[in-house]
Design a protein. Structure first.
Length: 112
């Protein structure tokens, strides 16, 4: 069991490093390098059969493997309807759309 936890820790560390590198490369204009880093991340994830955290999976496009940076490679819109908010992220290189719904925070006031 110890081996599995060490492997999981290594996968998390390598995925953080690869994501940081890919974001750096996109800002420098090296989009092909960034795509390759994300592809390597996906290969590691598939071969080790370890799930990476959801916040990391939402950082890149699943269709074209480009890191999603608002204003540079992605368009982010927040749409509010009643109690629900919807975050819509559009990849600017392939046009893939990702939607995430969540509740508005309740503001509690104390009148005492």
């Amino acid at each position: 069991m110890r081996r599995k936890s060490v492997l999981k820790d290594l996968v998390y560390q390598s995925s953080e490093i690869l994501l940081d590198l890919s974001f750096k490369w996109v800002r420098e204009g090296k989009i092909d390098f960034a795509k390759n880093a994300i592809r390597i991340l996906e290969e590691i994830r598939r071969e080790t059969n370890i799930r990476i955290p959801i916040y990391m999976r939402r950082m890149y496009c699943k269709k074209c493997y480009v890191p999603l940076i608002p204003g540079l490679t992605a368009r982010v819109r927040i749409i509010g309807r009643g109690k629900m908010l919807r975050r819509v992220v559009t990849c600017l290189s392939c046009g893939e759309i990702y939607r995430l719904e969540f509740m508005k925070n309740k503001i509690e006031t104390d009148y005492s």
